[in-house]
Design a protein around this ligand. Structure first.
Ligand SMILES: [Zn+2]
Length: 250
């Protein structure tokens, strides 16, 4: 008898829509990746290894068939993809990571989408290479988020992202870094380098006087933040909303 498939569907852009094709037992509406209770509370310890293993299998299945890596809406435990070469389009839209996520030194050859993704624990993108766009629109980082040493060759979109503690030490942006309405709640350790010169503009308030700070380029802004910081090192404690768009000097 043919087993039914998981009922999870996602509509949005990109990739326009997604229908989970995982097989499920008769009468079970969603697969273990999409069942929100499968890793909740006491279930976490019980199921984390099984879900992590099945996630690796899914990644292998997609990769070996040169298919887009679609993990849309997945609920995932602690995952390590350290030094992984991710050569296909990658979607973690609306996914939830309940454990630590490690993408340190990983390479994303195609666009990587983390739209609306929730990271409950520490997130490590240290020295990761995003060769095309990196889209974290509306993502939530509830634990520490490490992007130190990361390289963004395409547009890096962090609009409406909520950061708790975030580290962008020596991160390199060679295209636009978009941080409009991103919120920094605890610590933002920013040391952003750009291979282009950027200005800071407020996108949603035409005619509004631009704060002098917003006219500075990345490094000038950084040194100002450092000077104003009460700490000895580069940590800057911030709790404010920024509305900045980094735009290339004409
Ligand atoms: Zn599913």
């Amino acid at each position: 008898m043919l087993l039914p498939t998981c009922q999870y569907e996602w509509y949005g852009y990109p990739p326009s829509n997604f229908k989970c094709s995982e097989l499920v037992p008769e009468g079970v509406p969603q697969c273990t990746f999409h069942d929100k209770n499968y890793l909740k509370d006491d279930n976490y310890e019980k199921h984390k290894e099984e879900v992590a293993r099945r996630f690796r299998e899914k990644l292998k299945e997609y990769s070996s068939n040169n298919m887009p890596l679609q993990f849309i809406g997945y609920c995932l435990p602690e995952i390590s993809l350290e030094r992984e070469q991710l050569t296909e389009l990658l979607y973690f839209n609306s996914a939830t990571f309940y454990g630590t996520v490690n993408f340190s030194h990983a390479t994303f050859s195609e666009e990587a989408y983390f739209i609306g993704t929730t990271f409950f624990k520490g997130t490590h993108f240290n020295d990761a290479t995003f060769s095309k766009g990196a889209n974290f629109f509306e993502a939530k980082f509830l634990g520490e988020a490490h992007f130190s040493g990361a390289t963004f060759s395409g547009v890096a979109a962090f609009q409406l992202v909520k950061f708790s503690r975030v580290y962008f030490r020596a991160a390199i942006f060679s295209e636009y870094g978009l941080f409009a309405s991103a919120e920094f709640f605890k610590i933002a350790d920013l040391e952003l380098y750009s291979t282009k010169k950027h200005t800071f503009l407020e996108p949603n308030s035409p005619g509004r006087k631009i704060h002098p700070l917003l006219k500075l380029n990345f490094l000038e802004m950084l040194s100002l933040l450092k000077r104003n910081s009460t700490k000895k090192h580069t940590l800057v404690e911030l709790h404010f909303q920024i509305e900045l768009i980094f735009q290339e000097y004409s």
